[in-house]
Design a protein around this ligand. Structure first.
Ligand SMILES: [Zn+2]
Length: 375
């Protein structure tokens, strides 16, 4: 058993998880057989960082695994994290607290293909921007964004100078030593500099458990504790700036004791696993009765399709509201627009409760089915 990522305690494996198929953060199906644990001492829900897990995340990040379900044909890879539109919504909310000056220098850690940098450049065109990533795959695209000085690949310590703002959107949950990493980042912040963090919320989104390369599953309680342990004072911590996500603004300084209590994280994870398991049975029953589609081609849709197909159930198509995905294939199945579904077909909507209700309400309860496990 590996040690807890946050304390000297011992993480306890949660049963039922190993039977679930998983998905990578860039929406590739990933086989079942993983582990998830909750620490006896501190309560943090986490992936056990044992050699098996470290080997898996190495494979995921190097991306060499051949895509299994489409006979080795490469699927379009959708960018992980927040898209450009959602990062703009986040910045709008964050700027109310940050009140940024007209000029400054910012670093986006885990910048992906530059969604946040683009939004930031549009809002504050006089800032000097930089990105940091594990690979230089998107170097050209990122360095062509107005205001971006460079994409830095490699160790954070090697990035020159300091920054007035450092952002980490959907990257802290990937890091195997989150407290040490955040503590190290302090040296990259200028006097008065701040950190903006966005991570998935365990309590709002059980599908996050299925992401094979997410190491820590945060609640407000744990995110606050992590920032405090790394030597930051938390200025804001919200669970509703972006649906299903936690957003935090922090600055180096004396930790203030947490006022956040999201309840028991272990219980939320156990319930999440149970709900996901029941969701598979429900979807399989519906699929057996008529033409069957799955709403969404991102994390949850990809997971459910892989889970059903690998265990002998059928899936006929995907549905997506994103017009850039309609007409393509995903996992070897057609992606239809919501208006193109045959009258007798049913579409299962495997999304977090609030989002699923909004979708079925908008597209038609009856043909579109929200998971009953959230009722
Ligand atoms: Zn612990």
């Amino acid at each position: 058993m590996s040690r807890c990522l946050f304390c000297e305690g011992e993480p306890e494996s949660l049963s039922g998880y190993a039977a679930l198929h998983r998905v990578t953060s860039d929406c590739r199906p990933w086989p079942a057989g993983g582990g998830i644990a909750a620490c006896h001492a501190c309560g943090v829900v986490q992936k056990p960082c044992d050699p098996l897990f470290l080997d898996e995340i190495g494979k995921i990040y190097s991306g060499y695994e051949i895509y299994q379900l489409s006979s080795g044909l490469e699927q379009p890879v959708f960018s992980a994290g927040l898209g450009e539109a959602r990062s703009m919504t986040l910045l709008k909310r964050a700027f109310e607290t940050l009140q940024p000056a007209a000029r400054g220098r910012m670093l986006d850690v885990g910048c992906g293909n530059g969604g946040l940098l683009k939004s930031f450049a549009a809002r504050l065109p006089e800032w000097c921007l930089a990105g940091s990533e594990m690979s230089d795959t998107h170097k050209k695209a990122i360095e062509s964004i107005p205001g971006v000085e460079a994409l830095y690949v490699g160790d954070i310590d090697d990035i020159p100078g300091t920054f007035n703002l450092i952002t980490m959107l959907h990257s802290l949950e990937h890091i195997t030593e989150p407290v040490a990493f955040l503590a190290k980042l302090k040296a990259r912040l200028a006097q008065g500099g701040r950190l903006l963090i966005e991570v998935p919320d365990l309590h709002q989104n059980p599908f996050d458990l299925l992401i094979a390369d997410h190491v820590t599953h945060f609640s407000r309680t744990i995110l606050h504790r992590t920032l405090s342990a790394a030597g930051y004072a938390v200025e804001r911590l919200s669970n509703n700036w972006i649906a299903k996500e936690l957003s935090a603004i922090a600055t180096p300084g004396e930790a203030v004791s947490g006022i956040y209590d999201d309840g028991n994280d272990r219980a939320a994870a156990v319930e999440g696993i149970a709900r996901l398991t029941r969701m598979i049975a429900e979807a399989r029953d519906i699929a057996a009765q008529q033409t069957f589609g799955i709403f969404g081609t991102s994390i949850a849709g990809t997971w459910l399709a892989a889970q059903l197909l690998q265990t002998g159930a059928k899936v006929d198509f995907f549905v997506d509201e994103d017009q850039t995905r309609v007409g393509r294939q995903h996992m070897g199945l057609p992606v239809l627009g919501a208006a193109n579904i045959a009258p007798g077909a049913k579409v299962y909507v495997p999304l977090a409760p609030a989002v699923a209700r909004a979708v079925t309400g908008r597209l038609g309860v009856g043909q579109f089915v929200a998971p009953s496990v959230f009722n």
